[in-house]
Design a protein around this ligand. Structure first.
Ligand SMILES: Nc1ncnc2c1ncn2[C@@H]1O[C@H](COP(=O)(O)OP(=O)(O)O)[C@@H](O)[C@H]1O
Ligand SMILES: O=C(OP(=O)(O)O)[C@H](O)COP(=O)(O)O
Length: 487
């Protein structure tokens, strides 16, 4: 039991290593203050188990869980911590039995020419929240967008989702041919407790992206409660992600949304150190925000991808025909200076793989960063850089990765990116917290077949980037705040 007077240092061990909504992670040495109310402790103990934490001393664990949830639901990495959001896990059978619940998920999955789902990650990620609701007797009205249709477009119908959703949920999901209106209302009225109705693509209505209040009201009129589990779309202030919350109370976070916030805000704000970030991708301009924000947090920053050539040129090196943003040279210089001032160890690749054209069958050579030949372009980091990066990563306890190290779509230039994926997988197995921040890095991790061993893989590219930049997500901000608990 915690001392009644002094702050205590605790370390929590992960309860499981699953990728489910209640997936856990290790927290080290959090200083927590004691509390006195045993009933609020019991409530928080339940919340803690839902979050997937286990600790030798449940009292201490409660304080920590509280802290984590407050951090996780606040602003992004660089922001001020605010209130935690109410969670779907806080809703029990007493709240849910027989209730119509509007669930916004992000089921924006890739489909092939035959309308087959080629990656069902987002469908699987939506399942824990829906299962919790139907197991507690709710009637689920499920909504999502797919693609960016302009009006009703059959190829963007959500119909291909029905078989996989039904299989994963173990019940037959009913599908409506519309999003609102009398036909939909009729199906809702006949939905049994524990049933799931999938609405048609919400973006078939232009009012969705305009966050039209009348449309939001019509969506809301279908249900009594609202759950947002669409992390990948939480950076959009749309009718089904933001507007609808004005008409439905409570409006709560789903398990996926909560887990994404736990990792992308919680783990990044209070990392086990040393903490490293790997940032790659094509352009420095699209990663300025995330680099600046991470420079406030990390001990080590590794840069790769197309953006490194702007840094090289800013340092006076020749970069041949490599991708360079001429208008960002001063910015690159200032980021290097900022890293130095902050004591962050910023590593640029010492060697690169250059190609004579931008093509999968280009001729290639490995050259030092200072010897890129005229007319050649850097498309990957070289073996010396991989070695140096790996050695740096070996010293860390938390790693976040956003953006590929090279043009990984071409096998010949995928070596640096695949090496990073393998290294993170290896370190994950050794207890390092590894967070993949969405976008192409996720594709790379999946290509290498190591996705399942990472601590967390984000389901949102744009949303995770905005969080890492320290921005607030409208879809999160709009949700009800959790009842405050003293810590
Ligand atoms: N050296 C390079 N030159 C040109 N493009 C690159 C280079 N390295 C990586 N890229 C490209 O960057 C793209 C990903 O960039 P970006 O969208 O910023 O990353 P993410 O999707 O992870 O956020 C990939 O398509 C990749 O081919
Ligand atoms: O796929 C998505 O975002 P992502 O490509 O940034 O991961 C989300 O479904 C959001 O889609 P949108 O960018 O069309 O709003």
């Amino acid at each position: 039991m915690a001392s009644a007077t002094a702050p205590t240092t605790v370390s929590l061990l992960p309860a499981t290593n699953s990728s489910s909504a209640s997936s856990s992670r290790t927290l080290s040495s959090l200083h927590v203050a004691p509390t006195s109310s045993s009933s609020s402790l019991r409530l928080r103990a339940a919340g803690l188990r839902r979050l997937g934490f286990a600790a030798a001393d449940p009292l201490l664990a409660l304080h920590v869980a509280s802290r984590v949830r407050s951090i996780a639901a606040g602003k992004g990495v660089g922001g001020v911590v605010s209130m935690a959001k109410k969670s779907v896990g806080d809703l029990t059978a007493a709240d849910l039995k027989g209730k119509k619940v509007f669930v916004r998920a992000d089921l924006n999955v890739p489909l092939d020419d035959n309308q087959n789902i080629t990656d069902d990650t987002r469908v699987r990620a939506a399942v824990p929240t829906i299962k919790h609701l139907i197991q507690n007797g709710a009637k689920v009205i499920l909504s999502s967008h797919l693609g960016r249709p302009k009006g009703v477009t059959p190829k963007y119908s959500l119909a291909p989702l029905v078989p996989r959703l039904s299989e994963l949920l173990g019940i037959q999901v009913v599908k409506a041919d519309d999003v609102i209106g009398p036909e939909v209302e009729k199906i809702v009225a006949s939905l049994p407790d524990g049933g799931v109705l999938l609405l048609e693509n919400v973006r078939f209505y232009k009012e969705e992206e305009k966050n039209d209040p009348e449309f939001a009201k019509k969506l809301a009129s279908l249900a009594e409660l609202y759950v947002n589990d669409a992390f990948g779309t939480a950076h959009r202030a749309h009718a089904s992600t933001e507007g609808v919350t004005k008409f439905l109370k409570p409006s709560v976070a789903g398990f996926l949304l909560q887990k994404e916030l736990d990792y992308l805000v919680g783990a990044v704000s209070s990392p086990k150190r040393p903490f490293a970030a790997i940032v790659g991708g094509s352009k420095v301009s699209s990663k300025i925000g995330v680099i600046e924000s991470l420079l406030e947090k990390v001990d080590i920053l590794l840069l790769g991808g197309g953006m490194i050539f702007t840094f090289y040129k800013a340092q006076g090196l020749s970069v041949g025909a490599s991708l360079v943003e001429e208008d960002k040279l001063d910015l690159a210089t200032s980021l290097l200076a900022k890293a130095k001032a902050k004591g962050v160890s910023l590593l640029l690749p010492s060697d690169v793989v250059v190609a004579d054209k931008f093509a999968p069958d280009a001729n290639s050579e490995i050259v030092p960063a200072s010897a890129i030949p005229d007319g050649w372009m850097g498309l990957d980091i070289g073996p010396d850089s991989i070695k140096t990066f790996n050695e740096a990563l070996d010293t860390t306890k938390t790693i976040i990765w956003n953006g590929p190290m090279g043009v990984f779509e071409f096998d010949k230039f995928a070596v640096g990116t695949e090496a990073a994926a393998k290294k993170l997988a290896d370190l994950s197995g050794k207890g390092v917290t590894t967070i993949i921040g969405g976008g192409d890095s996720v594709a790379a991790v999946e290509k290498v077949g190591v996705a399942s061993v990472m601590s967390h893989i984000s389901t949102g590219g744009g949303a995770s980037l905005e969080l890492l930049e320290g921005k607030e997500l409208p879809g999160v901000l709009a949700l009800d705040e959790a009842t405050p608990v003293a810590v």
